[in-house]
Ligand binder design. Structure first.
Ligand code: PLP
Length: 406
């Protein structure tokens, strides 16, 4: 046993860099939580895909837990149980997309309510707030939450939801989740929700840090194979859960059982994949930081990052996503550079096994108003990278060759 302990006492990559110590049980939960073979008569080790839209009842209104597949589905249930466990939450719900999950959250608010949101959120979230929420009579206040004073100034009676994404998209600013939650809970009745898509629960667990709920675009790291669009929300707040469950069924924004099966399968390798993304993205970011064609690299795991200390304090490591500015970059040079890449593909999205690059100003964040983009520094020289699972050396060589073209 001593020998075994010795063998497993080695530090993880994150621990070696000074990040929080990893919870050893994560991979075990990802593999076993909600997966009990005993729940199926055949004792299947891999959960079954239940495609049936309806379920035979014993007598009118007497059923075995399922009545219609929109309101509840056995395969979806397996995935939701596993997702709740990974965030140390009591409940989780899945939706047809990440934005579907966000629509359900907005549905729980009323006309006259206000939302305070980080200023640098996913372009689709920004669009949802500016159009749907505002059209429903809600007030949406965008603030830079890296400085708590901005949040303090914006807080008022009708704020019901404080929304943050950290690290932010695409500027990679890091927000202190614990501080934000403490301030909001001491000064208002609002709930704090964190979009944790960029890190996954493997690297950051917002509920442990005081958040009321956490949302994901499961489309990204959680599924990790670029073949499913899905979203989720996890919470331990039973009132919020009941309300979201109502809207999951009432609005019908549900995922298919087959997609639930795929995401549940992908969670089994989440820990392994995230470690690989982390190591490779740090290696590439370090390489870029020394390149004379690069003006600045924004990677939270590099000591040059402005919120490096908060990163080490609240996360267990970092994923494959980061951004950098080309020196004197403009639409022409950025386009030329991205087109010269052979392994990295120019594409939206992130978190898959394949490495991607994109230009937020004209792609993921094109829907963000021009003046807000300018304030956030989202210009044509800003490149967002999603490092996949290929060999680090090949990816660095790919960048090296592309720099020669501009
Ligand atoms: C941080 C973040 N949240 C939410 C979403 C929306 O998720 P989906 O595309 O699954 O609707 C995205 C999509 O890119 C995202 O990057």
């Amino acid at each position: 046993m001593d020998q075994l302990n010795e063998k497993f006492s080695g530090l993880t990559f994150g621990e070696r860099l000074g990040f929080k110590k990893t919870d050893d049980g994560f991979a075990t939960k990802a593999i076993h939580a909600g997966q009990e073979p005993e729940q199926w008569k055949c004792r299947a080790v891999v959960p079954l895909i239940s495609l049936s839209t309806t379920f035979k009842q014993f007598a009118p209104a007497q059923h075995a837990g399922y009545e219609y597949s929109r309101s509840g589905n056995p395969t979806r249930n397996v995935l939701e149980t596993c997702l709740a466990a990974l965030d140390n939450a009591k409940f989780a719900l899945t939706f047809a997309s990440g934005l579907g999950a966000q629509t359900a959250i907005i549905s729980t608010l009323k006309t006259g309510d206000a939302i305070i949101t980080g200023d640098d959120v996913y372009g689709g979230t920004n669009r949802l707030f500016r159009n749907l929420a505002v059209n429903m009579g809600m007030e949406v206040i965008f603030v830079d939450m890296t400085d708590l004073k901005n949040l303090e100034r914006a807080m008022k009676e009708n704020v019901k939801l404080v929304w943050l994404e950290t690290p932010t998209n695409p500027s990679m600013k890091v927000i202190d989740i614990e501080n934000v939650c403490k301030f909001v809970h001491e000064n208002s009745k609002a709930i704090v929700l964190v979009d944790n898509t960029f890190l996954s629960p493997y690297f950051q667990r917002p509920i442990d840090l005081g958040a009321d709920a956490v949302t994901y675009s499961l489309t990204k790291y959680m599924n990790g194979h670029a073949d499913v669009v899905m979203g989720s929300i996890a919470t331990s707040n039973s009132k919020l859960y009941e309300s979201l469950k109502f809207y999951q069924n009432a609005t019908g924004i549900v995922p298919s059982p087959f997609d639930c099966y795929l995401v549940n399968r992908s969670l089994k390798t989440l820990a392994l994949r995230m470690e690989h993304h982390f190591k490779t993205s740090v290696a590439i970011a370090k390489y870029l930081e020394t390149h004379d064609r690069v003006e600045r690299v924004m990677h939270p795991a590099l000591p040059s990052h402005p919120q490096y200390d908060i990163t080490l304090k609240q996360t267990y490591g970092h994923s494959g996503i980061f951004s950098f500015y080309l020196r004197n970059g403009n639409l022409e040079s950025s386009t030329k550079f991205l087109q010269a890449l052979k392994i990295f593909m120019i594409a939206e999205s992130l978190g898959g096994f394949e490495s991607l690059v994109e230009l937020p100003s004209v792609m993921t964040h094109a829907s963000v108003p021009e003046e807000q983009r300018a304030e956030l520094g989202i210009n044509d020289g800003l490149i967002r990278v999603s490092v996949g699972l290929e060999n680090a050396k090949d990816l660095i060589e790919d960048f090296e060759n592309a720099f020669k073209v501009i």
